[in-house]
Design a protein around this ligand. Structure first.
Ligand SMILES: [Zn+2]
Length: 318
């Protein structure tokens, strides 16, 4: 099935607040300490993230958040025609090339079925790509799941996506290391709420990056195939999704924004993968006393909203 012509997609953007990394490190250090027993947040040179399976070396240069489509294109009933090509994403965000990582719905025509996608690719100016994207699907027969690597030729993204784009350059990033969760919040929600509390309702701070759960277990969902009947409530949604407890190490591609600057955004989203074909949408860890998180994030300069649904709702955003 053909993807939507990028020239026809509505695009809005916002300039985000870009405080010094050192300041954000101090804010997160103090805030995360309310939720974790051990916390270290520092600005460091980005390690080579290709060793973490990322398509580019670092998180630097021309940083952007991209929110494309949204849950209203999935529920109550899927709009299969909402199919985008990630090769178009650099251009849609004002770049000639770019690396992108994040969370989205997989290209349903590829396996003739819905799936979770961990977008992770570098689209070069000459349109060649470095493809590290995986998808996770369920199997109806036995309720099992399976994670597959997408080929270079498959760059489609169905119905919704939340991505961090950049030039993939090395440079300073935030290292966020937390052990033993003492509060109720998950790793990402905690960071987002800390930023929101500090920067308030006027300044919007966005981040993208990658984190690993090094110790402990995580609660993950995988979307099965599109629901044959409409999903109208949170209860319908949770009955449709397949939930699993998965083990560490588990690597999550993550986006977050401190507040929604009236773009109908999904304010946090993370998809990841692990060993033994594990993969899917990160909710939280289930082992507070043993959990350990290590992440690298950079701030986004701009936030782009592409193909914002006109009939929106708040289902399916956590
Ligand atoms: Zn998701």
């Amino acid at each position: 099935m053909a993807t939507l012509d990028p020239a026809t997609l509505p695009v809005e953007k916002r300039i985000l607040h870009l405080p010094p990394l050192q300041e954000v490190a101090e804010v997160l250090q103090a805030g995360l300490r309310q939720n974790f027993a051990e916390v270290e947040v520092v600005a460091v040179d980005c390690p080579d993230l290709r060793e973490w399976g990322i398509a580019g070396e670092g998180l630097g240069g021309n940083t952007r958040l991209l929110d494309v489509g949204g849950p209203p294109f999935l529920i109550p009933t899927v709009m299969r025609e909402k199919l985008y090509d990630m090769r178009d994403y650099p251009q849609l965000t004002g770049l000639s090339e770019g690396m992108m990582i994040g969370a989205g719905a997989g290209p349903w025509p590829y396996i003739n079925r819905n799936s979770e996608m961990m977008p992770n690719l570098f689209v070069k100016q000459d349109k060649t790509i470095i493809q590290r994207t995986h998808i996770t699907r369920t199997n109806d027969e036995d309720g099992s799941y399976e994670t597959l690597k997408l080929p270079e030729s498959e760059t489609r993204n169905a119905v919704l996506g939340n991505l961090f784009l950049c030039s993939g350059e090395p440079g300073k990033v935030l290292k966020v290391h937390c052990k033993v969760r003492t509060g109720e919040k998950n790793f990402v929600t905690c960071m987002r709420e800390v930023l929101n509390a500090y920067y308030g309702e006027e300044l919007t701070v966005g981040m993208g990056g990658v984190f690993k759960i090094l110790q402990g277990k995580v609660w993950i969902h995988v979307m099965p195939d599109f629901s044959p009947c409409p999903i109208n409530t949170d209860e319908d949604l949770n009955n449709w999704l397949k939930f699993y407890e998965m083990s560490s190490p588990f690597t999550v591609l993550s986006t977050l924004i401190s507040r929604d600057p009236e773009l109908d955004l999904r304010v946090e989203h993370g998809h990841g993968w692990g060993e033994n074909s594990q993969g899917g949408h990160y909710h939280y860890d289930t082992t507070p006393e043993e959990v350990e998180y290590l992440g690298y994030y950079n701030l986004a300069e701009l936030c782009y909203r592409v193909d914002k649904p006109t009939n929106t709702h708040q289902l399916g955003r956590d």
